[in-house]
Write a protein that binds this ligand. Structure first.
Ligand SMILES: [Cu+2]
Length: 727
């Protein structure tokens, strides 16, 4: 009874007291309605990105076991893209088209594609110790792989399997001029991959040679396995590592654990480059005995979580109980020895409990450390050891990053701290597994840091992210028509408009097709059950972001075709029947027209549909197509009139005097010239009374016309701007 009364009151209360929704027309009204403070308002303004605004930094972070990479913006903390790296990713056809499947198969010792990864600490390519915006690298710890991504198109270009180690510490480290990408093993094991004799267990540091090949709009640099090598390492468990720069250039540092003790090791890797090599698992290896005179072991007083080289390269900053600042020059003079940390200690800075990570910013000698158990981040001077200030957080920070923080020139007023468990109490519950979070902390003030924003990441680990000045990266807008995006080379399977074809040799069928708004050519493909079929498709678009997807119903084949890209989909046509294929990206208002059908004729089948009947139209159907054709001709005429008027206008105003306008006009003329054969075709088929073909070709001509008109109008707009006319 009491409960009922309560319920009645509550319901009544809701009815009576629900405030009317008011228009939120002023900042004060919104703040009042949402209970926001002035501090909230300031944080909101700092992170708000107006439409058309561009973030200052790009962040990349691995999705851990998901094997993909997330690209996001700072300070808006908007997520821009997921990119397949170690795992198949269907949206972009990664691991589904032949080109990317081949790429992933090369990463496997036995042709098996591992369907996940363990990716934690990525790296950017560097020139003279600064991020140059050309490549990103990831390590898959679980399946011992390395990946190279091109930042010209944010795509994975190469994944290789480590020939020595079957597991790796999930970090990629790059030398100051990207001569090498370095990976260490994590857990020691026998190098003979079939052996279970743990008495033979060893570790290794692998130096993947990177060959730089890039020019404007092309990043064709690749890892060259034949020029790469590994250094044999005693059976320590290896952890986070970093590479020297400036005065410490040529040294490689890392954390090593054994028998309950923690060490920093240092290796003069330039010595290893020229040292004697032996072949192990068909890979060059420097035996430890041949390099140990160039390796130092520094025993630490406590377990450590992180080691990073300071931006100018003078120190190693180690997150142990305290933050230990070790002198790189002293370490260098102790190569070949095992020493205690005291011998190379510059400063020992007490920060707080559970120090996990350190990072640097643009201020001279300034570093940050996260004290996980104390829920705070401390700013300090690693040269003097003096603490500056700290920010108390309502979560327990683990890894921290400042944009460009691992380069010689950290660059930012922001710091990002990642965290998993502690912050969850403040987020809406979404079932047992919840997102990871990244917190944006404003470090612009010299004396005070402020936590201003929390971004949830639905598929992300809580390890390293790396941030780069966005303008350092110069991505391309389209590929040259017919490009294999994995190699950056022209695809031998590319097709151009009007030369689409189907080739058959025995039971091997190659379809050379094209995609352009709003047609897939060819529209009908007939094969026999059991044929091995490949669709080689080229996206002929030149317009920005005019991507077409391609899927064949129930055949499990999918590809993504960005402007200019050629990719191939191979499968055995073992299921009989009629299978529609279509574009899976919304590409224009006529997107639904992008369809066709795969006819797989069943073996020995004599029932209805044996004669596919394609091209055989009833009188009614023919009449319908004739009518559609005639209507299309009217539209073509109208569009032609628009184009002519634009051309007249451009000529009258001497467009040729303005190079950018001239380039656009040339583009439009190119489009129309390309369309010529479609015009010939529709006229020919109309003459023959083949109204369906006539209509389809007229439609195709119209598509070219529309694009030419579009470019023409842009040329006119630009010309008007040059002439100072009002828009
Ligand atoms: Cu489309």
């Amino acid at each position: 009874m009491k409960q009922l009364k309560w319920l009645a009151l509550t319901v009544l209360g809701l009815v009576v007291f629900v405030p009317r929704v008011k228009a939120q027309s002023t900042v004060d009204a919104v703040m009042k309605a949402r209970g926001l403070t002035d501090k909230d308002k300031l944080a909101a303004v700092k992170t708000f990105m107006p439409r058309g605004g561009r973030d200052e930094y790009f962040g990349i972070v691995g999705t851990g076991n998901s094997g993909t990479m997330i690209v996001y913006g700072v300070p808006s903390m908007r997520i821009y893209k997921y990119v397949g790296v170690f795992s198949p990713e269907p949206w972009q056809g990664y691991g589904y088209d032949d080109e990317s499947q081949l790429l992933l198969k090369k990463s496997s010792l036995d042709d098996r594609i591992p369907w996940y990864g363990d990716m934690r600490f990525p790296a950017y390519s560097e020139t003279n110790g600064d991020y140059d915006g050309k490549y990103a690298f990831f390590t898959d710890g679980a399946n011992a792989r390395v990946a190279l991504l091109g930042l010209d198109d944010f795509e994975t270009k190469q994944v290789l399997s480590n020939p020595i180690m079957n597991n790796l510490f999930p970090e990629a480290t790059v030398t100051p001029n990207t001569e090498y990408v370095i990976q260490t093993g994590q857990y020691p094991h026998p190098w003979d991959m079939r052996s279970t004799d743990m008495g033979q267990a060893k570790n290794a540091i692998t130096f993947w040679k990177v060959k730089r090949m890039e020019k404007e709009g092309e990043h064709k640099g690749r890892i060259i396995k034949e020029k790469s090598f590994a250094i044999e390492f005693p059976p320590y468990q290896l952890d986070y590592n970093d590479v020297g720069k400036g005065p410490s250039d040529g040294l490689f540092f890392g954390l090593a654990f054994k028998d309950g003790k923690a060490y920093v090791y240092a290796v003069d890797y330039k010595k290893a480059v020229s040292a004697k090599k032996t072949r192990v698992n068909d890979f060059d290896v420097v035996k430890f005995d041949d390099i140990k005179g160039s390796v130092a072991f520094i025993e630490l007083p406590a377990k450590a979580n992180m080691v990073k080289v300071s931006p100018e390269g003078k120190y190693l900053v180690v997150a142990a109980d305290n933050v230990l600042v070790l002198d790189a020059a002293k370490i260098k003079s102790n190569l070949g020895k095992s020493i205690k940390a005291d011998a190379v200690m510059h400063k020992s800075v007490p920060i707080g409990k559970g120090v996990v990570d350190v990072t640097f910013d643009y201020r001279k000698n300034i570093a940050y450390a996260s004290a996980h158990d104390d829920s705070k981040i401390v700013r300090f001077n690693y040269e003097t050891g003096a603490k500056k200030d700290e920010v108390k957080l309502d979560f327990k920070p683990s890894y921290i990053t400042v944009p460009q923080g691992n380069s010689m020139h950290p660059h930012s007023n922001y710091l990002i701290a990642v965290d998993k468990e502690a912050y969850l109490k403040n987020l809406p519950k979404t079932g047992p597994v919840r997102p990871s979070v990244q917190h944006l902390i404003d470090i612009s003030d010299d004396n005070e840091m402020t936590d201003i924003y929390t971004m949830t990441l639905p598929q992300a680990n809580v390890y390293g992210n790396e941030l780069i000045l966005r303008t350092t990266i110069k991505p391309i807008i389209r590929y040259p028509t017919g490009t294999n995006s994995r190699t950056g080379e022209p695809s031998p399977f590319r097709a151009v408009a009007g030369q689409e074809k189907i080739e058959r040799k025995g039971n091997r069928v190659h379809v050379f097709g094209t995609l352009i708004r709003s047609h897939i050519t060819p529209e009908i493909v007939e094969v026999n059950q059991g044929d091995i079929v490949t669709f080689h498709l080229t996206n002929l678009e030149r317009a920005e972001d005019e991507t077409h997807g391609f899927t064949i119903d129930t055949y499990g084949k999918h590809g993504s075709f960005e402007p200019g890209k050629t990719a191939s989909l191979t499968f055995v046509a073992d299921r009989a029947g009629a299978f529609p294929y279509y574009c899976t990206e919304f590409c224009s208002a006529l997107h639904l027209e992008m369809e066709g059908i795969l006819m797989v004729k069943p073996k020995g089948y004599k029932g209805p549909g044996t004669d596919l009947g394609a091209g055989k139209l009833s009188k009614e159907e023919l009449a319908k197509y004739k009518k559609q054709y005639e209507e299309k001709l009217k539209v073509i005429k109208q569009t032609g009139d628009v184009i002519n008027s634009v051309v007249d206008y451009l000529k009258k105003n001497h467009y040729e005097k303005y190079p950018y306008v001239k380039a656009l006009v040339q583009d439009a003329v190119d489009q129309l010239n390309k369309a010529k054969f479609t015009e010939d075709n529709y006229k020919k088929y109309a003459k023959e009374g083949k109204w369906k073909d006539a209509f389809l070709w007229a439609e195709q001509y119209f598509q070219y016309q529309v694009k030419a008109a579009d470019v023409g109008l842009r040329a006119k707009k630009l010309l008007d701007e040059k002439l100072g006319k009002e828009q």
